[in-house]
Design a protein around this ligand. Structure first.
Ligand code: AMP
Ligand code: TRP
Length: 329
């Protein structure tokens, strides 16, 4: 079976964008691949963060993974910093990766603009670390949200360069994106993101979500209930398409176009659909929060097994790059 790798940064609670854009498709892929799902803490420290909060974010990320349906019998769930080979391999990749390749990555330019007082080396090197994450396990499939595709493209280039310089070792990874694309935030403008204050978090209750949904932006041209709207420009309808059954989708789209249903009703129906999908996740999540030892043992076991694979790959890498000193013990 082919190996699959993906990860999320432990920078805060997981939101609907993470779930619909990435994690929901991970669940279904678990049967067709040998998956490794990592909590990528080395990536999370490239932006300002609070070291005191990090352990809690890592733990909550693991609880979210499990609550959403990752099955430790099928998937290895790992913590990146528990497997030092991730950073070791990154250094080796650094030495074959032209700086110009990293400088042209769109997320680097965006992040550098956003955190102009903290354009650190790690931020520039972020995609090299991501490449190491993937190829350390010779993973071929990388399910991510569409914003990550430039990173996967760069990973493929780095792999080609490595294989060309040192000899064929790594397969070229491929990104897997569902039909979801980018989930917009409740402001209807930016993508839903932890730092943007436009999120629905997976732990929120139906009432809490309603407070947010009731203020969410819809078709801006639809000012009164009697104005017909265009579902295709409405972010609420975009979410219906991902969360509601086809009958509900048809009814709200039709109701919007003919002005027979108002935005408030349409949002209520979305909240019902959303709740049936995420209420079980929330309940499981809350239960797991009380099971620190159990969750910790899954992470330790996953990281231990992944470290064995990583060690095997690094032996091969060291041989290929000339780090095989027989005169040393
Ligand atoms: P992050 O929270 O940036 O570590 O992202 C973790 C995963 O969630 C990645 O695969 C992202 O592409 C995906 N993701 C995050 N935000 C969104 C969004 N608004 N829409 C779609 N996918 C997203
Ligand atoms: N950069 C990814 C994000 O922000 C997280 C990530 C790190 C990742 N390493 C990875 C995703 C390797 C897939 C494969 O979402």
């Amino acid at each position: 079976m082919k190996r699959l790798f993906s990860g999320v940064k432990p920078t805060g609670d997981l939101h609907l964008g993470n779930y619909l854009g990435a994690i929901r498709q991970w669940i279904n892929l678990q049967d067709d691949y040998e998956p490794i799902f990592c909590i990528v803490d080395y990536h999370s420290i490239t932006s300002q963060y609070n070291p005191k909060k990090l352990p809690d974010f890592v733990f909550k990320c693991a609880c979210n993974y499990l609550a959403a349906g990752l099955d430790p019998e099928k998937s290895l769930i790992t913590v990146q910093s528990k497997i030092p080979e991730h950073t070791e391999l990154t250094w080796i990749l650094n030495c074959i990766t032209p700086v110009s390749w990293l400088e042209r990555v769109p997320t680097f330019k965006e992040k550098a603009a956003k955190q102009s007082g903290n354009v650190n080396m790690g931020l520039l090197d972020y995609p090299a670390l991501m490449t190491a994450d993937i190829i350390l396990y010779k993973a071929e499939a990388v399910p991510v949200g569409e914003d990550q595709l430039p990173h996967i493209e760069l990973a493929r280039e780095i792999v080609r360069k490595f294989n060309g310089v040192f000899g064929q070792l790594f397969p070229e990874p491929k990104g897997i994106i569902g039909k979801v694309g980018r989930i917009k935030g409740l402001d209807g403008a930016d993508k839903m993101g932890k730092s943007l204050n436009n999120c629905i978090f997976l732990y929120e209750t139906k009432d809490q979500i309603w407070t947010k949904l009731s203020k969410a932006v819809t078709d801006p041209a639809r000012i009164r209930k009697s104005d017909p709207g265009d579902p295709e420009v409405c972010n609420i309808y975009a979410l219906h398409k991902l969360l509601s059954d086809t009958e509900t989708q048809y009814e709200v789209a039709n109701g919007c176009r003919t002005a027979s249903i108002g935005c408030v009703d349409c949002k209520r129906r979305l909240n019902d659909s959303l709740d049936s999908e995420i209420a079980p996740i929330r309940e499981k999540y809350l239960e797991l929060l009380t099971k620190k030892e159990y969750v910790g043992s899954i992470l330790s076991e996953g990281s231990r097994k992944a470290a064995e694979i990583a060690a095997g790959t690094m032996d091969q890498v060291r041989d290929l790059i000339g780090f095989s000193y027989e005169f040393l013990e």
